[in-house]
Design a protein around this ligand. Structure first.
Ligand SMILES: O=c1ccn([C@@H]2O[C@H](COP(=O)(O)OP(=O)(O)O[C@H]3O[C@H](CO)[C@@H](O)[C@H](O)[C@H]3O)[C@@H](O)[C@H]2O)c(=O)[nH]1
Length: 428
């Protein structure tokens, strides 16, 4: 009897990518597939070992001599420098800035570049060895599901005789915008007015775009990574997006006419949506806070924990709103659990996610920043009051609950994402 197809999954080594790819792996396993998740050495120690039917194998990423969590710290350093950098949009137009330009010494981007230059060869070699070793097993890998930010994995898959599925961990809207940058079809207005994106009816200002598009400054390595997602995407056998149809209908429909995309989300543990995957409760991360954050925070007025399951907190009935940086997973989690958001985006796709939370899905408010781009305590307080006590609260709550229902239906039997996952499996 033929055994169930064996799928190999590899994610970019940061939490916001690992979580959805692990959840997708569990979903595939619940539908009978054999799934192996690759944990590269930087992240393998922080990944919980019991992932149910998903087998986790570790390969080297060339970081063994470097401190743990190098990717996260590298990205954080790059974020800090990006907060201070000069603004020069990818298309060559100008965006005005009030900030003085800073001369940067030993740019964090160099560190990211250096780490990335070691990462790719080491992971490529490890991946090839893993696939080759597995060829002699009773159930060799048939498909490599790889993070869209590592498009070079597709060449490895095809050279090794596997099919390749590119997994996008960000929204379809954000991916569409990066695709425009890749294809050279995005013009940024010089005066900060509306950006023309024919596929979107919602008007986007320059600052609603992912920050990497209008704020290129010192992160060329990271910017190259997000834009290069599209370097070979048409050669992938599948394009999987962690979103669901009703959330991004307009852009999903447009993309579907151009490319063979499959929406498979929200990729969060089943117990928070359709409850059909057993023992699927936990995702994991060590939260990081500034060193003096605890001592500066008044006692008895809040609870600070090193780490908690964000999903467990969000699903608690006492939670009235979620103040979030608007990472795509956090956005999907808030939507899927029906919790209104106080959006405080920092960089990357978070700015666009915040725009959609506030103006399209209308289930949150956004903290204003002052002329120095700082969110003040007064603005934060005003937003919290607006969501918790204001006239808007009912409307935000109703919209949030509407998307909670949509997310559940999408993942439940016969829902759009569930059907797409089944189609993916049957086409392997
Ligand atoms: O104490 C914690 C902290 C985090 N989480 C989880 O960790 C994940 C965080 O993901 P996300 O909200 O997407 O944030 P980032 O980790 O910052 O994600 C990165 O990757 C995302 C996907 O590409 C992008 O959307 C973000 O902008 C980028 O910062 C979520 O599943 C959270 O539930 C916890 O469970 N507990």
């Amino acid at each position: 009897m033929a055994s169930n197809p064996h799928v190999l999954v590899i994610s970019f080594p940061v939490q916001g990518h690992i979580n959805p790819m692990l959840q997708f792996s569990k979903r595939l396993a619940s539908k009978g597939l054999m799934v192996t998740l690759v944990a590269t050495s930087t992240i393998s120690k922080s990944l919980i070992t019991d992932n149910g039917p998903v087998k986790v194998v570790s390969i080297s990423d060339g970081s063994e001599d470097s401190p743990k969590q190098q990717w996260d710290s590298s990205l954080n350093e790059s974020k800090e420098s990006s907060d201070n950098e000069s603004k020069e949009p990818l298309d060559g137009s100008k965006v005005e800035s009030n900030e003085p330009s800073k001369e940067l010494h030993g740019s964090p981007d160099d560190k990211a570049k250096d780490r990335w230059s070691r990462y790719q060869p080491a992971v490529s070699q490890g991946l090839i060895e893993l696939i080759e070793r597995n060829k002699d097993s009773c159930n060799p890998f048939k498909v490599l599901v790889y993070d869209s930010m590592m498009p070079w994995c597709l060449d490895i898959a095809h050279q090794q005789g596997l099919k390749g599925a590119s997994f996008f961990t960000q929204s379809c809207v954000v991916s569409l915008l990066y695709h425009h940058v890749y294809a050279g079809t995005m013009q940024l207005p010089n005066d900060g007015s509306i950006v023309s994106v024919p596929q979107l009816s919602v008007p986007l200002k320059v600052r609603d775009l992912p920050s990497f598009i209008y704020n290129t400054g010192t992160n060329p390595a990271i910017i190259k990574t997000v834009v290069d997602q599209f370097s070979n995407f048409k050669e992938a056998d599948w394009l999987l997006f962690n979103t669901f149809d009703k959330l991004e209908n307009e852009v999903v429909n447009w993309m579907r006419e151009q490319w063979s995309i499959k929406t498979i989300g929200p990729a969060i543990p089943s117990m928070y949506t359709d409850k059909r995957v057993s023992n699927d409760k936990e995702a994991s991360e060590e939260a990081k806070l500034p060193v003096d954050f605890m001592s500066k925070t008044p006692k008895g007025r809040c609870l600070i924990v090193n780490w908690c399951s964000q999903l467990q907190v969000l699903s608690h009935e006492a939670v009235g709103c979620f103040m979030s940086h608007c990472g795509w997973n956090s956005t999907l989690e808030a939507l899927s659990l029906g919790v209104p958001v106080v959006a405080m985006p920092q960089w990357t796709d978070q700015t666009t996610n915040a725009k959609f939370i506030v103006d399209v899905w209308q289930m949150g408010v956004r903290v204003k920043v002052n002329e120095k781009e700082v969110a003040t305590r007064e603005h934060i307080e005003a937003c919290l009051k607006e969501v918790m006590e204001g006239e808007k609260r009912n409307k935000l709550q109703i919209n949030a609950l509407k998307f909670k229902e949509f997310a559940k239906v999408a993942m439940d039997e016969g829902g759009s994402s569930d059907n797409n996952i089944s189609d993916f499996i049957s086409s392997i």
